[in-house]
Write a protein that binds this ligand. Structure first.
Ligand SMILES: [Zn+2]
Length: 251
């Protein structure tokens, strides 16, 4: 049994959109809705709500629920049944790792649950960059619109829209619109990647975080997967393919 759901009242913070639709569904469960120091965050919305909640409340367990106004559910995944499973401690647990970007020092400057994206700063000009992996020169020069450094968790997002595939383990690099047709690679999970911008300007972003890092020519950063710290409940429900087909078909 998950000790979080042993029956005592939980301090739960709600995050996302249309929370007035979520609140009535929570009546009857052992919880107090709080604005700070939560033990559990329930996000209501899409991927953006989950990414934003993890940025604001890193390390706090999270359960993402899709907002029903925009997201129809398949027969197995009504919000109420997902919440019942959550409070019975029956939802699938996962501990996704994040992609961390380092400039100077030991502390990561940016953390992406899904990915880091090195993106061109000028729409009219591609960026050029060089990549080392574990100290060895890996790509002397890549010319592309952007470089995506993806976690397995994020590989069904931007990485997949570039490469048409995803992965379960490792650190993925996707080269968006690369000049020589370079597409992607998936490195071991302990790989340390160093990227040097040869021709910019460029911006480095993490997930949907509006705070980004500006890079000029010759600037470098390192990236690697960080040890997983946050427990997520019910990612299998959140990413159900049947629910996805209903969304996609506009039901
Ligand atoms: Zn479903």
């Amino acid at each position: 049994m998950d000790e979080l759901f042993s029956g005592r009242k939980l301090r739960v913070l709600l995050y996302g959109r249309n929370l007035e639709d979520l609140r009535p569904l929570l009546q009857g469960f052992p919880l107090d809705i709080v604005q700070e120091d939560p033990e559990l965050v329930i996000t209501h919305g899409g991927d953006g709500s989950l990414l934003g909640a993890e940025r604001l409340y890193p390390g706090i367990p999270k359960c993402p629920i899709r907002d029903r106004r925009q997201n129809p559910k398949c027969a197995r995944h009504a919000e109420s049944s997902t919440l019942e499973k959550l409070f019975r401690g029956e939802l699938q647990k996962s501990y996704p790792s994040k992609v961390a970007a380092y400039f100077e020092g030991e502390e990561p400057r940016l953390l992406g649950l899904n990915d880091l994206v090195l993106s061109r700063g000028l729409l009219s000009s591609a960026i050029r960059y060089r990549i080392w992996v574990d100290g060895q020169l890996f790509c002397p020069q890549v010319v592309s619109d952007s470089l995506v450094l993806s976690s397995p968790f994020g590989s069904t997002g931007y990485f997949q829209s570039i490469t048409h595939g995803n992965f379960k383990a490792g650190l993925g690099l996707a080269f968006n619109n690369a000049m020589d047709g370079l597409d992607f690679c998936v490195l071991p999970e302990d790989a340390v990647v160093k990227v040097q911008l040869l021709r910019g300007p460029a911006q480095l972003l993490a997930d949907n975080n509006p705070q980004l890092c500006e890079l000029q020519d010759n600037d470098c950063f390192k990236a690697k997967l960080n040890e997983a710290q946050t427990l997520f409940y019910g990612m299998d429900v959140f990413r159900c393919q049947e629910c996805y087909q209903l969304r996609r078909n506009g039901c």
